[in-house]
Each structure stands twice: as C-alpha cells, then as structure tokens.
Write a protein that binds this ligand. Structure first.
Ligand code: AKG
Length: 317
C-alpha cells in the first residue's frame, strides 16, 4: 500500500429523515452538526506503519459521544420497530450451530435482525426484553438507513479508509453489534476475508466502539501480524446454500491474541486477513460496536461470496 501523509480530520454530522416506517429521532440542525464536527483524529505515518506490521490499528477519539449515541439511539428505534415474532434467526459463530437461511442471505441488501443464541428459553420464548435479545443488525444499514448512511459516508470515515491505502473503496457490509449484557455471544477467531473474498485478497474493516469496550464486556482480541499467515478458510455460497472450505488447517496460536480495549468513539482498523475474536459478554453492561467492511472496486468479487447484491455497492460519493 502507498505511503500516506499524516491525516487530520474532523467529525461528521448525522442527519436523518425516515426509513422503513421508522422515523429517526436524530435530525440535527447546523449548530448540532457543528458540535459533531469537534472531534479530531490523527493517523500518523508511524500509526500506518503499525497498521501494516500488525494488521490492525486502534485510533482513539475519532467520534465524539454524541455521534456514538446517535447510532445507538437509532439502533434502538430499529429494534423497537422490529416484530420479534416475524423471524427467529440466531447469529452464532459456532460452526456446529451455524445455519444459513434465506433471512441471512437476503440481509445482504436489507436491514435484518439476528438474535443472541442464549436469548430464548426451552419453550422458544425470549428470556429478556427484545431490546436485550438482539445480537446484531445487518448488513445494509450503511445504504438503507439515513442515520447509519450519513455516519458511514462521513468525511472522517472516507479519510481513514484513504489513509489505510484502500483504492476506489466501496462499502459492502455494515453491522450494529450489541454484545448484550450477560448473553452477548462470543465471536470465534476468524479473518474477515473468509466471509468477503476478493482477488487479490483485500478487505478493510472499521470497528467503531459505540460504548467503552473492556476485557470484561467482550472487547476485540487480535493476533498481531497474523495477517501475514495467509487465508485459512473461505465461506462459500452456491445458490442458496453455504459451506466452509478449509484452505489451510493449521490453527492460529490463540495464546498470542492480544486484547484491544477501546474507549467509546475509538475506531479499530482491521486488515481483512488479521485473525480476531471476542469473548462472550457475561458482564452487566453492553458493548455496542458498529462495523463497516470495504473492498476495492479494482478487485474481483466472486459470486461465490455469500453477500450478493442486485445493485452495485457504492463508494463515498
Ligand atoms: O464485535 C465483535 O465482537 C466481533 C466483530 C467481528 O469480528 C467482525 O465484525 O468481524
């Protein structure tokens, strides 16, 4: 990736109108937008060198509290409007329990809701309120919801992606991950390129802490330098079915995973090949995060990827 100059940028406004019958409560005037523009973040040449060496980089203070709270408020509105009886899709990274259904595949271009595996009792009833039962919302928030769209295509995000050296970026996938108190599911060690495969292999992840992420509530753990070990597996789609193809069966040395606690407003840049994971959240507080995954329009995106769109994924324009 080319050398990039030091980047200094401000923050972004969130403006909303309406989506899928849910009116966002975030509709900011000029003064409020200026408030959101106060946050600053710096990517230094040293930071970029660390990103290339380690495969990840945590940048504190990219977003201010108001910007993070606006996404959390909007996510809560979307969950409130979601009929919990309409779909019972569970999100788990446990290979034994993973199930691909139409609801999951169709989420490529929609806003769909996935439950925590521990959300239900033996009778299939929610053990806690719906708002504390959803594992994640995905995977097209960045295109379909005005609040998430404004956040995702903010100048600060575009500048970070440029600094990371991704040419002609397009925004492919977004997720609001709740990591609910007490039942927030673990995410097993994986590479994002397993799920979003390009030729050449090049995916950039942005993981935004919308709340403080700690070791207690399930922060990310990353294997520094693990992006140089090659892709271990691919999640492959054929028609409406999926399966995993193992490319290299050697296990990662998970004892070398390092925790990356992140204050609210931090962005963690993730190379698509860097192995990362998170533990279950058994604490009393949630650990919400917003993730974006981008690829380059210059790279091939095979139709064996699970995420297929009928309209092309767009960049920042
Ligand atoms: O937020 C988490 O716990 C894990 C998210 C993750 O691994 C991903 O988005 O690829």
């Amino acid at each position: 990736m080319p050398d990039q100059p030091t980047l200094i940028f401000g923050l972004v406004a969130l403006v909303g109108s309406g989506l899928a019958g849910v009116r966002p409560q975030v509709a900011l005037g000029r003064r409020a937008r200026a408030r959101h523009n106060r946050g600053m973040a710096v990517v230094t040449p040293e930071g970029l060198a660390r990103f290339r060496a380690d495969g990840f980089l945590a940048l504190e203070g990219v977003f201010d509290d108001a910007a993070c709270d606006a996404l959390r408020t909007r996510a809560a509105e979307l969950v409130e409007a979601f009929d919990a009886d309409s779909h019972r899709s569970i999100f788990t990274t446990d290979e034994q329990a993973r199930r691909t259904d139409d609801y999951f595949l169709d989420s490529a271009e929609r806003i769909h809701f996935f439950f925590e595996a521990e959300a239900f009792d033996e009778q299939g009833r929610l053990r806690q309120a719906k708002a504390q039962s959803i594992n994640k919302i995905g995977h097209a928030l960045h295109d379909l919801d005005p609040v998430f769209a404004a956040f995702s295509r903010a100048p600060a995000v575009a500048a970070l992606v440029a600094a990371a050296g991704l040419p002609e970026p397009v925004l492919l996938q977004s997720m609001l991950i709740f990591k609910q108190p007490r039942i927030g599911g673990a995410v097993t060690c994986h590479q994002d390129s397993t799920f979003l495969h390009t030729v050449p292999e090049r995916v950039l992840g942005l993981w935004v802490a919308l709340e403080d992420a700690t070791i207690d509530n399930g922060c990310l753990w990353v294997l520094p330098g693990g992006h140089r070990e090659g892709l271990r597996s691919r999640f492959v789609r054929r028609a409406r079915a999926t399966h995993t193809v193992v490319l290299d069966p050697s296990p990662w040395d998970e004892s070398k995973l390092v925790p990356v606690p992140a204050k609210k407003g931090t962005v963690i840049l993730l190379d698509g090949l860097v192995p990362h994971a998170s533990h279950a959240n058994r604490s009393a507080v949630s650990r919400q995060a917003y993730t974006l995954h981008l690829i380059s329009a210059r790279d091939a995106y095979p139709d064996s990827n699970w995420l297929q769109r009928t309209t092309p994924a767009r960049g920042f324009a």
